[in-house]
Design a protein around this ligand. Sequence first.
Ligand code: PLP
Length: 443
Amino acid sequence: MSHLFYLSTAARPVLDRAEGIYMWDTSGRRFIDGSSGAMVSNIGHSNPAVLAAMRAQMDKSTFGYRLHFETEPGEQLAAKVAALSPEGMEKVFFVSGGSEAVESAMKLARQYAVVTGQASRWKVISRFPSYHGSTLGALSVTGYDPLTDPFRPMMVEMPKIPAPRAYLDGLDMDNPATGAHYAAMLEDRILSEGPETVLAFIHEPVGGASTGALVPPAGYMQAVRAICDKYGVLLIHDEVMSGGGRVGTFLGGDLWGVAPDIIAISKGFGAGYAPLGAMIAQDRIVQAVQDAGGFLHGHTYAGNPLACTAGLAVLTEIERQDMMGNARKVGAVLKQRLKNLMQRYGFIGDVRGEGLLLAFEFVAGRETMAPLPREMKAFDDLVERAYAEGLIIYSRRTRGGYEGDHFLVCPPMITTEAQVDEIMEKLTRALDGFADAHAGALA
Ligand code: PLP
């Protein structure tokens, strides 16, 4: 019996070992890691070069407190991240996870406002639905009632605007008017809140678990940038899931050539080898805060040499094996194969995503795009069927709230086309099982 406690899920076997895109339990059963864990293990498991680099670092030092020492891996990783980030973003602040990165971004933005004479700005507008982390600050910008409801009295309520889910609203994703339509909601909200009170807008360039790989409609990213500039609102890109290469570029924002003021990354940055995240900010923001005495924030394990070694080796491997190129190439194949499923299953209403950050969504019918009945628990049902086939996929667990069921299929960036065949075989068997079990209730 386990002494651990997490959000309850079905009983799971004990992990023994993992290599590439595969994982084995202690009974020898093999699974395909079709979601890279929670979109984390981007370069696959047990990469020999990363393990060798970590072993070598372990022989030298595993921890050096950031106020006592600089470390070579920390400096090298920061330089590499700065080189991969938009121009004018030379400074990197390490953390150990996504929530910490988001908290850091919100607090840096606030401290910048204070030191530049804009202390009335404190509201961080975000979207609904969204997920930005589980700590109280990150939760306050998270738009997902089941996770936030119990904690509301302890949080500062932050304004939310609708995520640009044009496919649900029957709007053309490729028409820039659609992007402008959703971006206008940000401008309206800034105006109704009072621009002098609005500190920042945070959103995910390519959505993660909350929206299921939502790609914004044409023109949205640029329009949002322009609105933020117009009102002196800082733009924060939460790239915790979309950053690190999975979408085929190092950052999701790169897909549109849009540079925010602050970026939060994690997940694929440490890629499952070490808890690692970072906040990257425009130099003018960092400089103003440093000039005023420094950023009043930090976490003990931040920038430890072992985690930074892992991050550096992960990025080196991504470049050496052109994994971003593979994410684009194999991602296009997988996306098409998922789209083909729509001919076979009328209850798949949408397939979306970029690179290997891909998802499909269940609907009661494509004409209405209404969700399947909540009692069907499709999000759990299909995941369990896939698991029984030896395929791990990731679904939105609604837990009391209900907005529809979507499923992320996000295997590591090293996945081959032959392995896409393997994934699709297992997924199709799981979908057939789902279709049979709910025949009559499905489109
Ligand atoms: N932001 C986004 C977009 C995420 O997807 C997540 C985690 O799923 C987080 C923040 C929080 O990251 P962590 O779980 O590492 O704290």
